[in-house]
Design a protein around this ligand. Structure first.
Ligand code: HEM
Length: 511
């Protein structure tokens, strides 16, 4: 009797376990069906919304094109060249987790996009928010009122105080001639031109903006350069695993590297701010930082908020300005060194307009059309930022009749415009003369190294002046050629926001 009831209880228990299992299975299947249906519905709807054309995307994994690029370390420029030929000026793809990417190509489409602020929002992904410190401060990663205010300040500040026309000429001449004096005693040696001149261009900006200088032995300088390179390379990847699984951050090497890099940039900003606060004089602003602190105090801004904003602004100017002018100058030097006939014309113009006795001035620029054409052709040939800085749409929008979903990554393919065969005929050749024809002014419209959007670089005027003065002084005083056996200059293959050279080496001789 007792045995029979135990068997019955066991049987009932087995049945209830089996029933529970069926219920759990059915629940799991229902959830799966709902998720898959929602996913198919979402995709079907987004397709019906007139997305731009593009290749097939594997659900959740994204386009095969991106997967291939990731595993082969291929070139984003070449990938979009290929896709552009097939799909036209607006190409649509998805990357992991179905995130939409829209690439805008060619002058007409880029021009239309450049005034469309709905396409120029900041990324909302974890990594971007982390870079922005999860706050809306500074310029580069800020939006709305704070961005406009920061940009207005920087636009004005870069033309005043330590960076006004006269002080800039004096600064460039001093830093450039010091660097050249050192390098020109090493006649006929192979020189790493970036190492030899990079610090000079950094110091021009640092002296004018922050009243500080660096020397080659300063570990901080190299640490900051490394920090900025890491930030640009990480952001260039479009996505990181942390954008989907942010709780993995303690185990993520890139996150740890970036945290260290940001700490390095912020501690430098703190140093600058504290020095300035301790020595500022109300009626005598010395530089960009003093003028910011005085303006904030006069406007009665909260000290903590305005100091935090200034920290981020200094971080933005470091990230934007530490390397870019020197990269542009090194590209110009390498390209001219690789083209002796261009160098001969450059020398002839500089000799006849400036001579060899006095340093170049900004007033010389209008009398040096060939030097200007060399600089424009450098910016065209190796666009420093081939896809501009990456943006994202903050809501659903339309562009050229296409539906662009919210949170699409927007890539402005500036390379496609600066290397269009229809516009340039022979884009693969370095040929400054093309800007000296009647068509020159129209062609210059097609070269946008400082961006082609509402968020165009605030330092364009400043950087152009520095590049002109530097290149003019360099070729006024020196002749350059590529080292023995080197036939052409090439870009580094690691994709980053900015394109850097593979080997910045030249042989330099005093003239
Ligand atoms: C040859 C030198 C330079 C080049 C080629 C360059 C290029 C660029 C480009 C392509 C952008 C993105 C524009 C866009 O999104 O449409 C940008 C933005 C920016 N650049 Fe520069 N840049 C240079 C020098 C500098 C310098 C010296 C500074 C330092 C003040 C600077 C600070 C910035 C900032 C703060 C932004 C963000 C602007 C915004 O978000 O509105 N840049 N730059």
């Amino acid at each position: 009797m007792w045995r029979r009831s135990a068997e019955r209880r066991a049987l009932l228990w087995r049945r209830s376990v089996a029933l529970r299992q069926v219920i759990v299975d059915m629940l799991a299947i229902s959830i799966l069906v709902i998720v898959v249906s929602a996913y198919i519905w979402k995709r079907w709807r987004s397709h019906s919304d007139k997305l731009p054309p593009g290749p097939f995307n594997i659900p959740l994994l994204g386009s095969w094109e991106f997967i291939k690029l990731y595993f082969t370390n291929g070139s984003l420029i070449e990938m979009y060249q290929r896709l552009g030929k097939r799909y036209g000026p607006v190409v649509f793809l998805r990357i992991a987790m179905d995130s939409p990417v829209v690439c805008i190509r060619g002058y007409e489409a880029l021009k239309a996009a450049s005034t469309d602020t709905r396409l120029a929002g900041m990324y909302g992904t974890f990594f971007y928010r982390f870079l922005a410190g999860f706050k809306n401060y500074g310029i580069s990663l800020a939006d709305g009122h704070n961005w406009r205010k920061g940009k207005k300040f920087l636009n004005r500040g870069l033309a005043q105080l330590g960076l006004s026309k006269e002080s800039l000429e004096a600064l460039v001449n001093e830093e450039c001639s010091k660097a050249l004096d050192e390098v020109l005693v090493r006649d006929d040696n192979v020189v790493n031109i970036e190492k030899a001149l990079g610090l000079a261009t950094t110091n021009i900006f640092f002296r004018g903006a922050y009243s500080r200088t660096y020397d080659h032995q300063d570990a901080n300088y190299w640490e900051m350069k490394e920090a900025i390179a890491t930030a640009f390379q990480t952001v260039a990847k479009l996505q990181t695993v942390l954008d989907f699984l942010p709780w993995l951050k303690p185990f993520n090497a890139t996150y740890r590297k970036m945290s260290k890099a940001l700490d390095c940039l912020y501690s430098y900003a703190d140093l600058i701010i504290n020095e300035h606060k301790a020595t500022i004089k109300e009626n005598n602003p010395r530089d960009l930082v003093d003028s910011y602190l005085l303006a904030a105090a006069n406007a009665g801004e909260d000290d903590e908020v305005s100091t935090e904003n200034l920290r981020v602004m200094i971080r933005d100017t470091l990230a934007g300005g530490l390397d870019t002018p020197s990269t542009a100058i090194v590209w110009a030097i390498l390209l001219v060194a690789a083209h002796p006939q261009v160098q001969a014309k450059l020398h002839a113009e500089l000799d006849s307009v400036i001579g060899r006795e006095r340093a170049p001035s900004l007033d010389d620029e209008k009398s040096c059309p060939y030097t200007r054409a060399v600089i424009d052709e450098t910016f065209r040939y190796f666009n420093l930022t081939p896809f501009n800085r990456h943006f994202a749409t903050q809501g659903d929008t339309t562009f050229l009749g296409y539906h662009i979903p919210a949170n699409s990554i927007i890539l402005m393919d500036l390379h496609s415009m600066q290397h269009s065969r229809e516009t340039w005929g022979d884009p693969e050749n370095f040929r400054p003369e093309r800007f000296l024809t009647e068509d020159g002014p129209r062609l210059r419209e097609h070269v946008r190294p400082f961006g082609f959007s509402a968020r165009v670089c605030p330092a364009e005027a400043y950087a152009r002046k520095v590049v002109f003065l530097f290149v003019a002084q360099m070729f006024q005083r020196a002749s350059l050629r590529l080292p023995e056996g080197v036939k052409k200059v090439a870009a580094e293959t690691t994709y980053s926001i900015t394109v850097r050279f593979e080997k910045p080496e030249v042989v330099i001789q005093a003239r």
